[in-house]
Design a protein around this ligand. Sequence first.
Ligand code: MG
Length: 395
Amino acid sequence: MKITGIRLTEVQGRLEHEGRFWEERLVRPVDVYADQRSEGPPPLARLSERVNRVTSIFLEVLTDGSLTGLSGPVGADQAWVIDRQLKGLVIGQDPLAIERIWDRLYRFAVHGRKGVVMQAISVIDCALWDLKGKWANAPVYQLLGGPMRDGLPAYASALGCSVRPDDAARRARELVDQGYTATKWFFRHGPGDGKAGMDLNITLTRALREAVGKDVDLMLDAWMSWDVPYLTQIAPALAEASPRWLEEPVLPDRIASYAEIRRRVPFPVAGGEHEYTRWGCKQLLDAGAVDVLQPDIYWAGGISELLKICALASTYDVQVVPHGHSTPATAHALFAQPAQLCPYIEYLVKWNEIHQLFFRQPLKPINGRIVPPDRPGMGMELDETKIEQRREVSS
Ligand SMILES: [Mg+2]
């Protein structure tokens, strides 16, 4: 079997939602600049009061047989890199020899070890695993040695939800009522917002802990936007809420700051969402920078690379809870990992409404758990009835 092409298709459909979909955005590192700080959450294209327009790009690996591999949605910048730079290296290859293809792409893209090119390699890798699962007529996790458990506890990640304390408390209680035993919330304020912003962050944290009670894991995410002095000041108040972890307190390159924060604060520190490959993650592990490592399968090198990162992290006794860009790809990888190493799967409650919109059978938690899908490959099939327009974006 040989790969004959990579097809990138942009599809459009509609997402029904009462009111504004993205209610709030998280704090960003660039918010130290006042003009950036005042920007609101990104609007979805709206067709009417209740209907939003969603546009996604999907990648298919085509072969000279009947098998194809699917992954996505893929970012437009990644699609461009795949079409213009990487496609030629993949065509003509044996699609089952995934390790060989990964290594060829990695050795070719020497400027792409981190960032958009590694994201592009990641989604090609995931499409190849989908194809291999279909070839074997088995779910991907079976090819990887799973399932190791009959369900993955999902933590509900509240990206895009309002962080007004009353709204957040109500939503957090709803998530617990839906069966989640853990939920993650995102701060809106950082060093640029002064003491008033810090007080709002603290008020939010207290409201959330009070809302969910003491037995639910509460995670907090600073999305790379704080620094060591800010952390030193806010840590005692956050500690009162006993967070399961504080995520990405500083920019990814500031590994020494991570380690310093981890020494200073009395709760676990998580990071690695914006790190790439086993070599990037190893730097965080060697520095003692994180208690929880969070590579994203669609960014850090695909399923093939996540397996290596998990093996590496296990030698440091550091847990891996991947960032949840793609729920299907992440679930298949985690069903082949032990619960002690990978205790949770992240489920972004709003993001998945967009990311899995075009799937015939979206993979969603039931009562806070994701159960192993039994369909071959990743089990991701596009639902033609949800696609209103399509166009090929590959050359
Ligand atoms: Mg995060």
